[in-house]
Design a protein around this ligand. Structure first.
Ligand SMILES: C[S@@+](CC[C@H](N)C(=O)[O-])C[C@H]1O[C@@H](n2cnc3c(N)ncnc32)[C@H](O)[C@@H]1O
Length: 445
């Protein structure tokens, strides 16, 4: 079991783990240098830069799986330790075989090549090594040494201070924008050391899923748990991208109205998040403190000459819901100068609510005309009835929406093309005129 935390809590957590699992189970405190000192240095700071995190490693029994992890030898090390070359071209070094600590450490005392010492190997093993030509005496009387070939070396066993795994930089492909995302190579190292292929890896706080990604990559089975629906959707996207053929099962997401009621009762904010996710809301409010100004989620769309259009969602997880909720959403849309709104509710909308929503009328957009306010009870979302909305535009291609100002000369009926394209004619290889299908040369917006 690994537990990762920063030094403000690691010492408390270590005593807790000792109390729960027994201090005998404590195996290592791994220091991971997770950042450079430069990035934690502010002018005038009266402390050393904080550059490491702690990973506490516990195991159930000494027999638990453990494979040492090796890094390649440095050139300097190879030059210093393997300076000789055999007749057959193999590079080797000579290593001390005497037993440190002598008899007190249980080392046997005997004679090898006329030299008597305490040795680190048993007499039998030493005889085998001599027979294999793995013991070298430079001249008569000198202390024999062990011959080790460079190509037999696995590298340097990594200790408990890790300075070679760097944080994910802001441009890295693996970056998902999850605040606590750790580098994949860190999780790979941890998993490789303490499990075998086919073993099960559990991350009960799996966040954006770096552990499950590493486990899948290393052919382990895995289970990830997270309390937020956001984390689970991030993982689904990550797995779909990295392992397109892998089918995963998500447990705990409401699959019917009863389960949706249960989620709303247990966690209002997770209910909001999940209900928004059901119909593709792009920006979620997951704030627990402060006022949300009546906005629980937003969808953006390209709105032709009017710029960027905005749909505001309001999610009601309470059992009873009335016409005031529709009036409130209408007021928010007007205040925000948004194009339209969707009221998602756990309960079924009442007739006055439907009348109030209908009285908000229609809005003309570059994608056609849409009801200004739509009601979306969760039961309808489950049966596949979703609000009718303009196609959402990818967030990374939008500038922050400006409040829609009535522009002079805007043609309300001008359409927003979903794809941008260039028209015109093109000459083929034989000089013939080729018709260009705009969909073949689109750049997606
Ligand atoms: C630091 S992140 C996890 C990082 C992840 N283990 C990794 O190695 O990349 C912590 C996660 O724990 C989740 N979490 C917090 N409390 C939880 C709980 N009681 N049960 C399950 N997940 C929880 C949070 O939603 C968050 O995504």
């Amino acid at each position: 079991m690994y537990l990762h935390c920063d030094p403000t809590a690691s010492h408390y957590l270590k005593t807790l783990l000792d109390a729960i699992f027994g201090f005998q189970s404590f195996t290592n405190e791994i220091i991971w240098k997770r950042t450079s000192s430069k990035s934690d240095h502010s002018q005038g700071a009266k402390r050393f830069p904080r550059v490491h995190d702690t990973i506490l490693f516990f195991r159930k029994t000494p027999a638990s799986t453990f494979q040492p992890v090796f890094t390649p030898l440095s050139d300097d090390y190879v030059d210093a330790k393997y300076p000789h070359v055999d007749a057959d071209g193999r590079r080797y070094g000579l290593w001390d075989m005497t037993g440190p600590g002598g008899a007190a450490k249980g080392n046997p005392y005997y004679e090898v090549m006329d030299v008597s010492r305490f040795w680190r190997y048993s007499r039998d093993r030493m005889e085998r090594m001599v027979a294999e030509g793995r013991v070298v005496q430079n001249r008569p009387g000198s202390v024999p040494r062990e011959k080790r070939y460079l190509d037999d070396s696995s590298g340097v066993a990594i200790g408990d201070v890790w300075t070679d795994i760097h944080p994910i930089n802001s441009q890295a492909r693996e970056r998902l924008g999850y605040p606590t995302q750790k580098p994949l190579s860190l999780l790979e190292r941890l998993i490789l050391a303490a499990s075998n292929e086919g073993d099960v890896v559990l991350d009960p706080f799996c966040g954006c899923g770096t552990t499950v990604h590493a486990a899948e990559k290393l052919a382990r089975k895995w289970v990830g748990i997270d309390v937020t629906h956001h984390a689970i959707t991030v993982i689904e996207e990550r797995i779909a991208e990295e392992f397109p053929n892998l089918k995963i099962e998500v447990e705990g997401r409401p699959r019917d109205v009863v389960a949706a009621h249960d989620l709303a009762r247990r966690d209002k904010y997770q209910f909001q998040w999940w209900a928004n996710w059901l119909f593709g809301v792009q920006q979620y409010r997951e704030r627990k403190k402060g006022t949300d100004k009546g906005i629980d989620g937003e969808i953006f769309f390209l709105n032709g000459p009017r710029g960027v259009g905005r749909v505001i969602t309001s999610v009601k997880g309470g059992g009873t819901i009335g016409v005031q909720a529709v009036r409130d959403l209408r007021a928010v849309i007007e205040r925000e100068k948004a194009e339209m709104g969707v009221l998602v509710s756990l309960g079924h909308p009442t007739s006055p609510m439907r009348v109030e929503a209908a009285s908000a009328g229609f809005v003309q957009t570059a994608h056609g005309s849409f009801p200004r306010i739509q009601l979306a009870p969760v039961s309808e979302l489950f049966s596949g009835i979703k609000p009718r909305l303009p196609m959402a535009a990818p967030l990374d291609q939008l500038r922050p929406p400006k409040p829609a100002k009535a522009k002079r000369g805007v043609d309300d009926h001008q359409l927003q093309f979903v794809y941008s394209f260039q028209g015109g004619k093109q000459l083929g290889e034989a000089g013939e005129v080729v018709h260009i299908d705009p969909r073949q040369r689109v750049s997606r917006m």
